[in-house]
Ligand binder design. Structure first.
Ligand SMILES: [Fe+2]
Length: 317
């Protein structure tokens, strides 16, 4: 007996499948449009950090991180320029400023009078190397150790020279001491741990006990680095790099940090080591900025708005 050919789907079935596909495509497009828009929805986050000795004046510290700036990002440049109105006492720049070889001048223009404030900076991997197109799904996977160092170099020497000339301290594998409003601050910093550029031996050792405050700075908060700074007695460690997870679950839960820090501390203020109670001298504050940008090839964010942070440093109650 000759088998019967399958009957073609009815026109009603074809209509249902067509409607389902259209709805899925519409949802995908709407989701992408939202993520594109959120990546441009800059916000200033306020954090209070109880690290000053009794009687010290309150200090307002502006942390900027991960701008990933290209010359064409006018909205971002204008938003960064507006931060000068905060008149911070200190600026901390935790790296990944650039995403284009011609971005140094627009970056300095956006910082504007902020560079006349006391400041410190370290560089991130994206200050050194041009961004490349990558499968965005890879960002959500555990760090595979691959570094894209065969791309063209960005003008990081020019960036560091201009920031230094403006008066900010380069903390790449260096220490420094600044007096801010009469508060003596001992700094230590490392070059980017994501590229293995950190030279901890250059800065390791007990943080200056004579200082009023001890601050450590790194671009990527790898555990080997923040372990060392916490053990050396730094009161707080400021870092960036994680983009807060960049594409998060609803409620802002990060899936990745792009380093060996746990996703629960992908952004915001926590302790390190994480298990130590606040006030434990063995533990430091760790503040991770979600940063202001993304790779120009993946300009999307979900449940993780681009941010700068105004940290208000106070004496504990
Ligand atoms: Fe970054």
């Amino acid at each position: 007996m000759t088998p019967r050919a399958p009957e073609p789907p009815s026109s009603a079935t074809r209509r249902r499948v067509g409607r389902g596909l259209s709805a899925a495509l519409g949802l995908g497009a709407a989701g992408y449009a939202y993520a594109w828009w959120e990546a441009r929805w800059f916000t200033l986050r306020h954090v209070t950090l109880p690290v000053l000795p009794p009687g010290a004046p309150e200090l307002r510290v502006l942390q900027v991180s991960d701008l990933h700036l290209t010359p064409y990002q006018g909205r971002k440049r204008r938003w960064v320029a507006s931060l000068a109105a905060l008149e911070p006492d200190l600026v901390v720049n935790t790296g990944d400023n650039l995403a284009h070889r011609d971005a140094v001048a627009p970056l300095l223009e956006a910082f504007g009078t902020l560079t006349s404030k006391p400041g410190v900076f370290v560089l991130g991997s994206n200050d050194y190397f041009s961004p490349t197109p990558r499968n965005p799904v890879r960002y959500l996977l555990p760090d595979d150790g691959k570094r894209f160092t065969r791309t063209k170099q960005l003008p990081w020497q020019d960036l560091a020279a201009r920031l230094s000339y403006a008066g900010w301290e380069d903390l790449s594998n260096r220490t420094a001491v600044l007096d801010v409003k009469g508060v003596r601050i001992a700094f230590a910093g490392v070059d980017d741990p994501h590229l293995d550029h950190d030279d901890l031996s250059a800065v390791a050792g007990p943080a200056d006990p004579a200082a009023d405050l001890r601050l450590a700075v790194a671009h990527a908060p790898y555990l080997r680095v923040i372990d060392q700074f916490a053990a050396d007695g730094y009161d707080a460690i400021l870092a960036g790099h994680t983009h807060g997870g960049q594409v998060c679950l609803p409620g802002g839960r990060a899936l990745t940090t792009n380093c060996d820090l746990d996703p629960e501390r992908a952004r915001g203020l926590h302790r390190h080591p994480a298990t130590s109670a606040p006030g434990d001298p063995e533990s430091a504050w760790l503040h991770v900025s979600a940063g202001l940008g993304t790779s120009p090839y993946a300009r999307i964010r979900v449940a993780c708005r681009p941010e700068a942070t105004l940290l208000t440093l106070v004496a504990p109650d």
